[in-house]
Design a binder for this molecule. Structure first.
Ligand code: SAH
Ligand code: SF4
Ligand code: F3S
Length: 476
């Protein structure tokens, strides 16, 4: 079904550039008078999409004349929290940080505090902020991100609090400024929103309906990234398999991937997330055919029991999922599979959990993100009978232990092998070493004489650990 996604007019985006210029003039005047450029700190709490939105916010703030700073600056002129609400602990973190800012704002009443992102798309959260966090100047949502310059300018000029969330207008904004700190890897959104309404998940309520970008706009962005020297892109969408279904000039996600492979020379292409319910054979074939598409597939299973999958509204059975894994591995034998799983979904019985456990034994994922079910107000599952906490914890620990063992066993098979690694830079834990990833997304720490950042090099694996591999760069 076409929902008629509409691109926001260039005039509307131009208008925002006008607001950014006006704001910049204000900030420049402040800098001339005070001998310092105003600073802004953007903090994100959520997934890759949230992270990429933060890059757009930082892009707009840079255009507005702010100097973007990190956590080391304790007292910036503007702080913005880009929030997540997928699980309760993500929300609690944000409230904790907002509380902690009260003191800072007392010391520096000029400081601007903004909150945006998925959390603010829930009316009860906006009410809570209005009531308890009066230090917050501006609240905006996920679907009006591009109007941030207008909102911030209005907020500063009128000296009032502004709350502007919950837009559901099926629009896509192009040409919003982006500030990418990473010079090697980049996120590229292919679609926004989600129509799936898995019964536990808040995302469709806070991100709105599926909206795909035009393939011409996606290609143009990627070509520019290629010119800037980007070596790896990750295409983003809540369910990339739905790409194009909302547009008149529909092309499938597989066709989009093939187009990117044909028209650009980016050495590595990743994407996330494909929903298992509609992962096509066409997509498997495109991956198999094009080696620049990384040998990694994130295929969230959520649980291994058919009856629970039905209650989750996932639209596949255990058997269909396992069959899909077989079909993928038959055509792409070196694929690394990863997954998301929820333990303790309402009504999960011992048998249901055993189904998940045995599915993990069967599939042997290279990596798994294991979550404890978190009740989300407004979703159907929130009203269903919950599993006792101690039962959930015991199941969670068992599954984690199994997956850690599998991770280690798979990593052990790499010892002595030579792998290709895209070098990202010095290793975080050991500055004497470099760090990079394989096509299958394994993290490799290695020694090498020269700086290879941004290059794909061969590394011999000397030692495996549970979450990474260690090795030595081979001389060409
Ligand atoms: N669109 C993606 C993932 C979005 S959210 C997909 O469908 O795979 C990322 C992960 O968070 C989900 O895969 C799920 O495992 C987890 N998640 C979502 N809602 C949750 C909840 N209420 N409690 C615990 N985990 C949840
Ligand atoms: Fe949430 Fe399901 Fe949509 Fe993923 S596909 S974002 S889990 S509703
Ligand atoms: Fe992402 Fe969290 Fe929103 S996972 S889509 S930032 S609710």
């Amino acid at each position: 079904m076409k929902t008629g996604t509409v691109k926001i007019s260039p005039e509307e985006i131009e208008k925002q550039y006008g607001f950014m210029a006006e704001y910049k003039a204000m900030n420049d005047a402040y800098a001339a008078e005070n001998g310092r450029v105003r600073t802004a700190r953007v903090r994100n709490f959520g997934c890759q999409m949230n992270e990429h939105d933060s890059e757009k916010i930082a892009g707009m703030l840079t255009e507005m004349g702010y100097n973007i700073v990190g956590e080391e600056v304790k007292n910036p002129d503007l702080i913005i929290f880009n929030t997540c609400c997928v699980r309760e602990n993500a929300e609690e973190k944000v409230y904790g940080h907002l509380g902690a800012l009260k003191g800072l704002k007392r010391e520096n009443p000029e400081m601007l505090i903004c909150v945006c992102g998925c959390m603010t798309e829930q009316p009860q959260v906006v009410e809570e902020i209005k009531k308890k966090y009066k230090n917050v100047d501006l609240v905006f949502g996920t679907q009006n991100l591009h109007t941030f310059p207008e909102l911030l300018l209005g907020c500063v000029k009128k000296q009032t609090h502004t709350y502007d969330t919950h837009h559901t207008d099926g629009l896509v904004a192009e040409n919003v400024p982006v500030r990418r700190e990473d010079k090697i890897k980049a996120w590229v959104t292919v679609m926004y929103g989600c129509n799936n309404f898995c019964s536990y998940c808040i995302v469709p309520y806070v991100r709105g309906r599926e909206r795909s970008r035009a393939h011409e706009d996606i290609l143009q962005e990627i070509k520019k990234l290629e010119k800037d020297g980007i070596q790896e892109i990750t295409l983003l969408g809540q369910n990339v398999n739905s790409y194009g279904k909302d547009r008149d000039e529909e092309i499938s996600f597989a066709a989009l991937l093939q187009l990117i492979c044909d028209e650009t020379d980016i050495p590595r292409i990743r994407f996330m997330t494909p929903h298992p319910k509609d992962l096509s054979d066409e997509l498997i074939d495109v991956m198999a055919r094009n080696p620049q598409i990384c040998r990694q597939l994130h295929l969230p299973v959520q649980c291994g029991s058919t009856s629970l999958l039905k209650k989750m509204n996932r639209h596949y059975t255990r058997e269909q999922y396992l069959d899909l894994v077989d079909r993928i591995r038959a055509k792409i034998p070196d694929i690394a599979l990863s997954t998301d799983v929820i333990v303790g979904f309402p009504g999960e019985t011992d048998e249901d959990f055993e189904d998940t456990y045995t599915l993990f034994e069967k599939v042997r994922y290279d990596m798994a993100y294991t979550f404890i079910y978190s009740k989300r107000t407004g979703t159907p599952a929130a009203t269903w009978e919950q599993v006792p906490e101690d039962v959930v914890k015991a199941r969670f620990d068992r599954l984690l232990e199994l997956q850690n063992r599998i991770d280690r066993e798979i990593n052990d098979t790499y010892e002595g092998k030579t792998v290709e690694v895209l070098v990202e830079g010095p290793s975080k834990n050991n500055p004497d070493k470099f760090c990079g990833r394989t096509s299958g997304n394994k993290v490799v720490n290695f020694t090498c004489d020269e700086k290879y950042a941004g290059k794909i090099i061969k590394v011999k694996i000397t030692e495996a650990a549970t979450w990474n591999l260690n090795g030595e760069a081979l001389k060409e």
